[in-house]
Design a protein around this ligand. Structure first.
Ligand SMILES: NC(=O)c1ccc[n+]([C@@H]2O[C@H](COP(=O)([O-])OP(=O)(O)OC[C@H]3O[C@@H](n4cnc5c(N)ncnc54)[C@H](O)[C@@H]3O)[C@@H](O)[C@H]2O)c1
Length: 383
């Protein structure tokens, strides 16, 4: 007899929730319901999944209470994740939430406690753990080719910071805590994943240099006198708040140093960069590995230890890792598959709630450091 398909409901019906199609396309699962506070979002969801005759509601409590739903995917804004995940876990559902796991460390700890009580499966959407380029970089680091890893330097150029983060709730600390957490959670997590360590201590600096300003909080792009000339004009639904409004208070330029015991890392992020890239340079006792886009360059010592440390002492090899089909270089379909593998086959995932919590703890502490004279802060250990 064919196995019943896992029935999944979503909280947050559209936009990032579009990855739920990977569940619905998998013969092991089907997306049958959604909760969202916006009717137009539910209408769009309903049209996408009309083949499943989906249940739609404005009240997420009504969704998680349903006996005919086995699992919940949380795709709501960051500051709703804790409330939505805890409700889903308390209702006994397997639960997936997008990153960041929450916007406060205490909320993550409450989510871990709810998970422990529920005894169901729980996973956090850290999709970079499934990207070929980072998996290849990790393989090089783990092979010992560049010696013992001592430093990770990450430069993150966010070429469309205004477009993505300053037109809505994310531009205020109540919506996101800050962009070091919201955007940087991918990279903080990746530094943990690549090194196999968690951060003990952080110190950070940052500023709001370009966005923010004195425009009225209720100014919308469509009503703006400068809409024909503004470099950040937007027409997207619910993403037209002025990037230069007074309430904007999250840094657009962040720098954090992370102490992981025998390895130290830096993460630098700028939201008004001229281009978009992540540049990872990993330094070991026998060389370096550098990832930019899908290109990896490895430089290893050839010997001649008596001579000066000139470039001629290093052998250089370059690889192009390429990108697979599917969102984020093929990472999104793998992320969704991993959730089904976890629930249906009991296969452990690399995108664990503990890792999600440690990322949030680092992002929150680093943001606090920035806003309090760059004071060094210890990271609260996992409960
Ligand atoms: N892993 C990744 O690469 C990646 C990429 C994009 C977004 N994300 C994450 O996905 C989440 C959603 O991002 P987004 O860009 O789609 O956000 P969004 O704010 O554009 O939309 C979120 C969805 O939730 C709905 N919503 C808003 N408030 C709600 C509420 N109170 N209750 C229920 N539903 C509500 C919206 O209508 C929408 O359907 C965020 O946490 C974000 O960080 C992750």
């Amino acid at each position: 007899m064919a196995q019943e398909r896992l029935r999944i409901g979503l909280i947050g019906a559209i936009r990032r929730a579009a990855i739920a199609k990977h569940w619905d396309n998998d013969p092991r699962a089907t997306v049958v319901a959604a909760a969202d506070i916006y009717d137009d979002a539910l209408a769009e969801f309903s049209e996408t999944y009309k083949h499943n005759d989906p249940f739609c509601t404005n009240n997420y409590h009504a969704l998680v209470a349903r006996d005919d739903i086995d699992a919940i995917g949380v795709f709501s804004p960051d500051n709703c994740h804790a409330e939505h995940v805890i409700a889903a876990l308390n209702a006994g559902k397997h639960t997936f939430t997008e990153k960041p796991m929450a916007i406060q460390t205490e909320d993550c700890d409450a989510m871990l406690e709810a998970w422990k009580q529920a005894g169901t499966h729980f996973m956090v959407g850290m999709n970079m753990r499934f990207m070929d380029s980072f998996l290849a970089l990790k393989q090089i680091m783990d092979s010992g080719e560049i010696g013992d890893i001592k430093a990770v330097w990450v430069r993150h150029f966010v070429g469309m910071g205004g477009w993505y983060y300053y037109h809505d709730y994310r531009a205020n600390h109540e919506g996101s805590t800050g962009l070091l957490l919201q955007k940087g959670s991918h990279d903080i997590d990746m530094i943990h994943f690549l090194t196999g360590r968690y951060t003990n201590r952080v110190v950070a600096m940052g500023a709001l240099d370009y966005y923010g300003g004195e425009r009225p909080n209720d100014l919308r792009c469509e009503d703006c006198p400068d809409k024909d000339t503004c470099t950040d004009y937007s027409e997207r639904p619910r993403k037209t708040m002025c990037c230069f409004r007074g309430e904007v208070d999250v840094e657009d330029h962040n720098m954090v140093m992370m102490d992981m015991g025998d390895i130290r890392a830096t993460y630098l992020q700028c939201h008004y960069a001229s281009h978009t890239d992540r540049n990872y340079l990993v330094i070991g006792t026998n060389g370096e590995a550098e990832l930019s886009g899908s290109e990896i360059t490895v430089r290893t010592q050839k010997g001649n230890k008596g001579k000066a440390r000139t470039p001629s002492r290093f052998a250089t090899a370059s690889y192009n890792v390429g990108a697979n089909e599917g969102g984020h270089g093929g990472a999104d379909p793998r992320l969704c598959k991993a959730f089904l593998d976890l629930i249906i086959d009991g296969k452990e995932t690399v995108a664990t709630p503990e890792a999600g919590r440690m990322t949030v703890a680092v992002g929150c502490a680093a943001t606090h450091s920035i806003r309090n004279g760059s004071m060094p802060l210890d990271i609260p250990p996992l409960p």
